[in-house]
Design a binder for this molecule. Sequence first.
Ligand SMILES: Nc1nc2c(ncn2[C@@H]2O[C@H](COP(=O)(O)OP(=O)(O)O)[C@@H](O)[C@H]2O)c(=O)[nH]1
Ligand SMILES: [Mg+2]
Length: 315
Amino acid sequence: MRTRDPEELVALAAHGDRGALARLISLVEQGGERAREVGRRTYPMGGGTYTVGITGAPGAGKSTLTNRLITEVRNGGEGQKVGVLAIDPSSPFTGGAILGDRVRMQDHAGDDGVFIRSMATRGHLGGLSLATPEAIRVLDAAGLPLVLVETVGVGQVEVEIAGAADTTVVVVNPGWGDSVQANKAGLLEVADLFVINKADRPGAQEAERDLNNMLDMNMHMGEWRPPIVPTVATSGEGVDKLWAAIGEHRSFLERTGELDQRRERRLVEELREIVLHRLDERAREATRGERFDAVRAEVLARRIDPYTAAERLLD
Ligand SMILES: Nc1nc2c(ncn2[C@@H]2O[C@H](COP(=O)(O)OP(=O)(O)O)[C@@H](O)[C@H]2O)c(=O)[nH]1
Ligand SMILES: [Mg+2]
């Protein structure tokens, strides 16, 4: 029997059961009471995972790059385990992009130290921006020391998700205007590191120059100036340098205490968002049904004013 009981699943996942891990993430994706239960069980067990967000326009080479990064991590010193979440906000049903992500990370299909999972928005209240940190906490509770999160950085919500990592890598391509587009999408502000992927194509130097110019204009950023790493994800060129740069950023965050501050800010932000969603739910409930109809009738008849009516509804 395949259990769907969150408590059992969490225990199994903590002992390396990948099927249990996958089911836990499905529960998170679906939202509702079971997802809450998963959260209650996993949250106290976590805190050891480092997260790296990889974001950029569709087709920039994020999945190919992630695939190479996994190789780099697995072949490196301790061959640490790695979890990968490929977040797809755009296609909740067809999963077209998700299929592409899977194909490009095929290299690691047989590796027990690698857990790859795609996630789309389903029933989760608050969508992917709330489901993503929950899914990361599941991987955290399962003892994965590193989680890579691939997201498409197109809209505001996606950029928010992308920025909710310890280190955020923004992937751009050579060619006129690509980095300008990334800037417009708000990606410059969340970038800790830039990758110019597809550096085998013309225009990589121009892209680097554009990024440097934009960084010069944004030097309110603080002590850390995001480095720019050219890569060719298809061949793996430059990926070792990318991994090294991620390590340097991590050391910087740890050394300066910024890592704890970032995590605290993220948690507060998440908490606020949860409260907002709860209130929104309450508002929807308060503005339908018989009770609402009765109050509405009184307002229309000018027996009570809208503010008094609102208070009555929220009581
Ligand atoms: N020429 C070239 N093509 C690449 C490179 N990296 C990825 N691609 C190709 O770009 C396409 C999109 O890659 P994918 O990783 O799916 O991009 P994603 O949508 O950002 O995840 C695929 O056909 C890749 O083979 C690269 O460095 N150079
Ligand atoms: Mg992809």
